[in-house]
Design a protein around this ligand. Structure first.
Ligand code: HEC
Length: 307
């Protein structure tokens, strides 16, 4: 009798176990399907064109500054310092998210890009195959004029071609969850009717608004910070850079702002995490930094974390 009970119990545990594994498999399958549906969704971007400035000396010089100290195309784990690409992240359970080769070499995805293709990815966040780019922060660049974007492209194209294969993304369970549910597609965040004006560079808020476009991807549309969507999970939340006096930079002086942005030094003496690309902003010129300051002081104050 006791033996019978035991074996029945065993059976129950076994059936329960198989059921649980089955549920897990179903859940994972569902997640996989949901993520693939997001990754493979075809979208239509308004057709645009970008007047390329390839080979133009002034454009290359301007592009070098923008790429190295403002836009960060090759910064940290993005397209790499040689623009030949590499994994932005390659660790389970997120998996591999890959920034492709954007040089003129073999394996580059942009080798044959026309002005229309550049407009599609930079202005709208859409790849040549009509799918939305993942993690690529096109929304950060939409405030820049065509001539500035073309300058960045001219600089990248003037660098030595790199022959390196552009690997596909290969997502693990958490990567799939993020791809299925988080706002990690620039296409969904961009105002596709936005036509950036040709704003003159100067230490004023008009130019600052253009520059601050590059802070939005991390600090949020309202600059109040929060968890960075698609960012490395080990990163701290982006801080509040709106003029809120309690949690933002409302009581800061320009010198304190400069120390934070260029040296990663907070007013309390602590050092900012590398997720805030202050090493890249070290080379930002004074006009641009002042412009950012002038603009950020005019945005509505918001409590931290509201993005
Ligand atoms: C790739 C993401 C990213 C980008 C782009 C970025 N930031 Fe940050 N920023 C962060 C993170 C994350 C922190 C918080 C770091 C920490 O707490 O150590 C931060 C912190 C700061 C701080 C410190 C605030 C405080 O209270 O200490 C300032 C100031 C700042 N950022 C300004 C800017 C400006 C201006 C731009 C655009 C020119 C910008 N950031 C672009 C991620 C980013």
């Amino acid at each position: 009798m006791a033996e019978k009970k035991k074996s029945r119990l065993k059976k129950l545990v076994l059936v329960g176990g198989v059921g649980f594994v089955g549920l897990l498999a179903l859940g994972y399958g569902g997640l996989y399907v949901a993520a693939q549906a997001q990754l493979n969704r075809d979208v239509t971007a308004p057709e645009g064109d970008l007047a390329l400035r390839d080979g133009d000396k002034d454009a290359i010089a301007r592009g070098e500054y923008l790429v190295k100290h403002v836009m960060g195309c090759g910064h940290n784990d993005c397209h790499r310092a040689d623009f030949g690409g590499g994994p932005v992240m390659d660790q389970q359970p997120i998996g591999r998210v890959y920034a492709p080769n954007i040089t003129a070499g073999e394996g580059s995805v942009t080798k044959d890009y026309t002005g229309k293709d550049w407009a599609r990815i930079l202005r709208h966040g859409v790849k040549k195959n009509g799918k939305r780019a993942l993690v690529m922060p096109s929304e950060d660049y939409v405030t820049f004029s065509d001539s500035d974007l073309a300058a960045a492209i001219a600089y990248i194209k003037a660098q030595p071609p790199v022959n390196r294969e552009s690997l596909a993304h290969s997502l693990g369970p958490i990567g799939l969850l993020i791809a299925a549910t988080e706002p990690v597609y620039a296409f969904d965040k961009i105002d596709h009717n936005h036509k950036p004006a040709e704003v003159k560079r100067g230490a004023n808020k008009e130019w600052g608004q253009v520059m601050a476009g590059t802070c939005k991807g991390c600090h949020g549309e309202g600059y109040s910070g929060g968890k960075v969507p698609g960012g490395d999970p080990s990163w701290p939340a982006a801080r509040n850079i709106s003029p809120d006096e309690a949690t933002g930079i409302g009581k800061w002086t320009f010198d304190q702002f400069e120390a934070a942005v260029r040296k990663g030094q907070r007013p309390d003496g602590s050092t900012l995490h590398d997720a805030m690309p202050w090493k890249m902003y070290q080379g930002m010129d004074d006009v641009d930094l002042k412009a950012l300051w002038e603009y950020l002081r005019t945005v509505p104050a918001k409590p931290a974390g509201g993005r």
